[in-house]
Design a protein around this ligand. Structure first.
Ligand code: G6P
Length: 480
């Protein structure tokens, strides 16, 4: 790493660093580079802060070997960080998504521990840290996002001790018994402790982290504070606590209220043959989502004659994800085999059991699907938050629809009026599906009202405001 003196100072007072940029790179009709804003909640939440504070966003464009100069996009300064094909394979697909992702999600799939992946992770993190250091003005606030960049806080602090640095982990932080498998467990903890504030989704995540800190560094923790010793000086305080992320709830409700979106919802139901109940699953095609468990429960209910394809259709949207990682290829094969079997066994000429879609949809179409769905199935085996659960509630301004929600999601901590399930308990899941299908209107309304209250009140705007308030206060305390 470079020295403090050697680091250039940029001009941006607020800098966000994430693996992926909030814009997608496309080539327009004339063969020129063009950008489309990805509609994620994080961008929506940070946009006002970005615009008010002369903000920059540092991240990867999502394609290998694409090196682009920084540019401005709709009030946000975009700083692309290039990754080579080797780095995509070793840092992104390898260490981020085949080591950390499975390790942090309860080892549902076996993590690979490969030194070349780790070396690439270190180098890529260094590149992000340098790009952030070069963009940030003196005394700027830098907010680093997610597990792909856990070394950035420490690297950035070494380059630029004047900065206030926040980190937010969007995925779970595992219990020590699992985390301790990681050969580089101490380096990751030290990397994170470079931040002033480290945010997690749930209380359980921050306590897992604090325990890992005690076991691996011996530093004193008084939740939510970690005292990090500083050579020849007073210890530095780092705040580690939970800040559950949310969605731009109002925008989902606004879309749902549009007559054309409601008409589209009706069209979807008509297209499915107007079953009494439409059930919906919306997930990235990821082994953490428990899609197989959900299909098993549905298949058994059909086999036992407790549900019939005339009455109930399951729509499953499976967004393609990380398609070059072996565990994801295998999952796709398993899910598509199961869908084919269930449809083959139970479908009729006029009614399909499962309407399966291996692609993403624009937000309007998602909201129409939410409105069309009587029952929403969120069956994750482990999930940092699960924003789909919140999106479904936000869209249901009609106070209807039943949310079935795995207790292994961060969302469960907030959405207690959903139907709680343990996805491993197939009988329990089947019972919940039947309960949802048969739930009286009054009970659906009372549950949905409570869920919506929570989701609309604690939206992503509130999340970013709270995090940044704690971060700025902590930065002032540390640097005066
Ligand atoms: C999760 C992670 C994000 C990630 C997203 C999509 O939500 O927390 O950091 O961007 O999945 O995955 P991808 O690998 O396509 O970026």
């Amino acid at each position: 790493m470079g020295t403090t003196e050697g680091s250039p100072t940029g001009q941006y007072a607020f800098v966000v660093v994430s693996n992926r940029l909030p814009v997608d790179h496309v080539i327009d009709d004339d063969g020129n580079d063009a950008w489309t804003r990805s509609p994620g909640g994080l961008v929506t939440a940070l946009e006002p802060v970005m615009k008010a504070n002369h903000g920059a966003w540092v991240g990867w464009v999502g394609q290998a070997d694409v090196d682009l100069a920084p540019f401005d996009n709709d009030g946000i300064h975009i700083v692309p960080v290039p990754l080579s094909a080797d780095e995509v394979e070793n840092y992104y697909e390898g260490f981020s998504n085949d080591t950390l992702w499975p390790l942090y999600h309860d080892v549902i799939s076996a993590p690979g521990y490969h030194r070349v992946w780790w070396d690439s992770y270190v180098l890529a993190n260094e590149r992000f840290a340098r790009a952030a250091a070069a963009s940030a003005a003196r005394g700027a606030v830098v907010w680093v996002q997610d597990y792909q960049l856990q070394l950035v806080p420490k690297m950035l602090r070494e380059l630029r001790p004047d900065l206030t640095i926040g980190f937010f982990n969007h995925i779970p932080f595992p219990p020590y018994g699992i985390y301790s498998q990681l050969p580089w467990r101490t380096q990751i903890i030290e990397g994170l402790l470079g931040a002033d504030v480290i945010g997690f989704q749930r209380v359980a995540d921050s306590s897992n982290f604090l325990r890992a800190v005690r076991r691996l560094t011996g530093f004193v923790t008084r939740a939510p504070i970690v005292e990090v010793p500083v050579e020849g000086g007073a210890p530095r305080s780092v705040v580690a606590r939970f800040f559950p992320i949310s969605i731009d709830a109002k925008s989902f409700e606004d879309l749902a209220r549009l007559p054309e979106v409601q008409a589209r919802a009706q069209e979807i139901r008509d297209g499915l043959g107007n079953p009494k109940t439409v059930m919906l699953g919306v997930d990235r095609l990821d082994y953490t989502k428990g899609i197989g468990h959900r299909l098993k429960a549905f298949g058994e209910l059909l086999a036992e004659g407790k549900l019939s394809v005339e009455d109930v259709t399951l729509v499953q949207v499976a967004n393609p994800s990380r398609e070059r990682v072996a565990a994801y290829m295998q999952l796709r094969d398993e899910i598509e085999l199961t869908v084919g079997r269930i449809n083959g066994d139970f479908g009729t000429i006029s009614h399909q059991a499962i309407s399966y879609h291996h692609h993403g949809y624009p937000r309007e179409e998602m909201v129409a699907l939410y409105l069309a769905a009587d029952v929403m199935l969120v069956t994750s085996l482990r999930d940092g938050m699960n924003l789909v659960a919140k999106e479904y509630c936000a869209a249901r301004f009609d106070n209807d629809g039943v949310l079935i929600l795995s207790e292994f999601t961060g969302a469960w901590d907030e959405l207690k009026r959903s139907l709680r399930i343990n996805p491993h308990d197939i009988d329990g899941l089947k019972d919940a599906i039947l309960q949802a299908v048969n739930m009286p209107r009054a009970e659906r309304a009372s549950r949905m009202r409570a869920l919506r209250k929570r989701v609309l009140e604690f939206d992503v705007q509130r999340w970013s405001t709270e995090f940044l308030a704690v971060l700025v206060a902590q930065g002032k305390r540390s640097r005066g």
